[in-house]
Design a protein around this ligand. Structure first.
Ligand code: CTP
Length: 401
């Protein structure tokens, strides 16, 4: 069966030349068995008529907050709840900006703000508008809210220029949606434990030993597992990112010991555990209850003790029907070290990040990894956004179930 069969899709159309392609997109979605409600911005109507769109979708096109002559109010809240997904194609720079900053002055943006479903954004604009820092920042904001950006293609633009800004072809947008929906349920009923972020090991009430981990990779994995139907427990060290999916239960912790305690509470009834946290290997042996003062005669010496290895502890308890995935962040001798950790910690898979790869590792929004499996197989994942890398990692986990 087609993954889009019976799906409720809100198709948002903005005012751009690429709006003519929305007609093809609408036809393809209907042909794939979806029920489509078109929402168009006032500028969108300058490019394509509601008559064409309503004839093809078999539904009146929504554009205004209410019908002027009857006073009938159009509920963006109901539309947002009805949708299994919202696709904004073409998304103009202006609408992308409004979505990023919550400027709800038309039906499309209010529907977007009310949508509980995944949202796909297919930008289309001139290449200079596309690469302008404000457009890029707004797209990054939308991605950080969990929206899916369908990158524009490069080619001939309506302006006569050539470059990146052409809306992705309707067939490819449909493929994006199909692959999204076909994998949405493959983890339903599964319980997933994820550790993420750094741990903070207390020195005194104002200082700690920590690391640069932002938590972004672990949070992207949590969002991916939850969007595929899993019930996720995210045991997270201190980070500034937030989980958005309702299927994620975030358990905040500070130290490695707290992270181990919370992970042990859920591991025995988890199907999958992904150890993405950058756990501090050592903690101060005797954290001070009072701030250590500078006026000390001697430079203080902090004695460290070894922290528990959470992945190895869970690895020792693992049952045959559970999958345990680790990460390895290495600066040298990467593959050998990763393989050694896989074996020692009794993992089924280890995701290797090399600090030598540009765009990979702590803090950045992208990652480049290699996935080593216990059976000796290895999958290379090229540089991509952390959410896209999360899709590839979860695909490999699903294959191993
Ligand atoms: N890990 C863990 N608990 C620890 C240390 C690491 O659960 N105390 C997990 C990490 O979440 C990761 C894997 O083990 O999935 C490897 O972490 P890494 O820091 O790369 O390796 P270490 O075992 O700490 O070894 P080293 O720091 O010497 O490279």
């Amino acid at each position: 069966m087609n993954a889009l069969q019976g799906k409720h899709i809100v198709l948002g159309i903005c005012g751009g030349i690429a709006a003519y392609k929305s007609v093809t997109l609408l036809r393809l979605l209907i042909k794939a068995g979806a029920e489509v409600q078109v929402v168009i911005t006032p500028a969108g109507k300058e490019f394509i008529t509601p008559v064409t769109l309503s004839a093809l979708s078999h539904k009146p096109v929504v554009s205004e907050f209410f019908t002027a002559n009857t006073g009938e109010w159009h509920s963006h809240v109901d539309l947002g709840l009805w949708a299994d997904c919202m696709v904004i194609a073409p998304a103009t720079a202006s609408t992308i900006g409004k979505m990023a900053h919550g400027i709800a002055d038309n039906m499309l943006v209010t529907t977007y703000l009310s949508a509980k479903s995944p949202v796909f954004v297919a930008p289309a604009m001139d290449l200079d508008m596309m690469r302008h820092p404000s457009t890029q920042a707004n797209l990054a904001l939308l991605a950080s809210y969990g929206n899916h950006i369908i990158e524009p293609a490069s080619g001939y633009l309506a302006s006569g220029l050539e470059g990146k800004g052409r809306m992705e072809e309707p067939e490819n947008i449909v493929s994006h949606l199909e692959s999204y929906f076909s994998r949405t349920c493959d983890l339903s009923g599964k319980k997933v434990l994820i550790t993420a972020g750094p741990t903070y090991e207390k020195i005194d009430p104002v200082r700690f030993i920590g690391n640069y981990s932002s938590g972004k990779m672990g949070y992207a994995l949590a969002e991916e597992c939850a969007s595929r139907g899993a019930e996720v427990t995210l045991v997270s060290g201190p980070v500034s990112v937030k989980a958005t999916h309702p299927g994620i239960n975030t358990v905040p912790v500070e130290s490695a010991r707290e992270m181990l305690a919370e992970s042990e509470k859920v591991f025995s009834h988890s199907d999958i555990a992904i150890m993405c946290a950058a756990v501090a290997d050592y903690a101060p042996a005797n954290p001070s209850d009072h701030k250590i003062k500078r006026e000390h005669q001697d430079v203080p010496v902090i004695t460290l003790v070894k922290n528990p290895d959470i992945a190895a502890t869970l690895g020792a308890e693992k049952r045959d029907n559970q999958r345990l995935v680790g990460f390895a962040l290495e600066t040298d001798n990467e593959a050998v070290n990763a393989a050694e950790k896989l074996r020692k910690k009794n993992l089924d898979m280890i995701v290797l990040n090399s600090m030598r790869d540009k765009g990979a590792g702590f803090g950045v929004d992208t990652n480049k990894v290699a996935i080593f499996k216990a059976d000796g197989d290895c999958v290379d994942v090229p540089l991509k956004s952390k959410s896209e890398v999360a899709v590839d990692i979860v695909n490999e986990i699903v294959k191993s179930l």
